[in-house]
Design a protein around this ligand. Sequence first.
Ligand SMILES: Cc1cc2nc3c(=O)[nH]c(=O)nc-3n(C[C@H](O)[C@H](O)[C@H](O)COP(=O)(O)OP(=O)(O)OC[C@H]3O[C@@H](n4cnc5c(N)ncnc54)[C@H](O)[C@@H]3O)c2cc1C
Length: 305
Amino acid sequence: MIAAARHRELRGELTHDAPLAPLTSWRAGGHADRLYRPADLEDLREFLRGLSDDEPVLWLGLGSNLLVRDGGVRGTVIATHARLDGLECVGEAGVRAGAGVPGAKLARFAARAGLVGAEFFAGIPGTVGGALAMNAGAFGGETWRVVRRAQTIERSGNVEWFDVDAFETGYRHVAARDAGERWFVAAEFGFAAGGDPQELHRRTRDLLANRAHSQPTGVASCGSVFRNPPGDYAGRLIEAAGLKGLRCGGAQVSEKHGNFILNTGAATAADIETLMTTVQERVAQQTGIRLVPEVRIVGKAEVRT
Ligand SMILES: Cc1cc2nc3c(=O)[nH]c(=O)nc-3n(C[C@H](O)[C@H](O)[C@H](O)COP(=O)(O)OP(=O)(O)OC[C@H]3O[C@@H](n4cnc5c(N)ncnc54)[C@H](O)[C@@H]3O)c2cc1C
């Protein structure tokens, strides 16, 4: 719970029983007990200091890798998008970005500054914080390959910069080596100087256009649902199992790309999760490979009445 008396100085927005579906790219799922949008980093520190030790906390960027179950999330969701939104050039061909900055904005900013190597962020429809948490990657680029250092916050409100080697990173995997509970509030990225802004913008547009040929766009989804198993592609396995187009309620495996599950309009989170399980079971029956979700599933299944 939130100790209200300790929150006298807050400047952010606190919403009770906040619907999360509009804040996720699947447009499905339940409510959060509380949703906090900090005004800035100092305000966030104040807010965290006022939380009781047992209050569950979930961080939310653009919700582009999150399935929120229909019963919603107990505790407090902290929404960073457009809040921790600092963006500036630093040091030698570096950019410092707040956790709430969208990947596409970071890519545009770097391109305008003639910095090469940030183009792939345009393909990640999440925030910098989400990209750091997921080690998101696209078009051959990957988040932690361009991180110089990352700034985190703890429940105590303590804010600290860490070098890259404080984190263990791999394919869609990031963990603090000391297993401490901390979340990302900013990062400094290192790119290469001397690029031509127009050429960088053109390259990014081409990458996105190519992707639009093979992946569904403009439909509610969460991108790739399953991680690629070693040496193979989840999308290929799902297609080979004949599962493209398979439906559960309002959820459907994309006809265009097997590793995408679409919300065709009125899917519940349960429809999506049931379809995920069916896909896992059918692929396992046919290939012996158990697909592992890339999307993070949070919250309670039971809907409160
Ligand atoms: C159409 C589409 C295409 C996609 N293509 C790609 C792709 O090419 N490559 C790729 O890697 N991903 C892709 N994704 C998935 C998604 O965009 C990425 O995983 C992205 O990094 C998630 O960022 P987010 O801000 O939306 O995070 P969210 O979905 O809000 O959160 C994801 C996870 O990160 C945690 N988190 C969020 N912010 C923080 C923070 N500040 N500190 C600590 N933890 C935090 C959340 O608690 C959650 O566990 C795609 C998604 C869609 C919808």
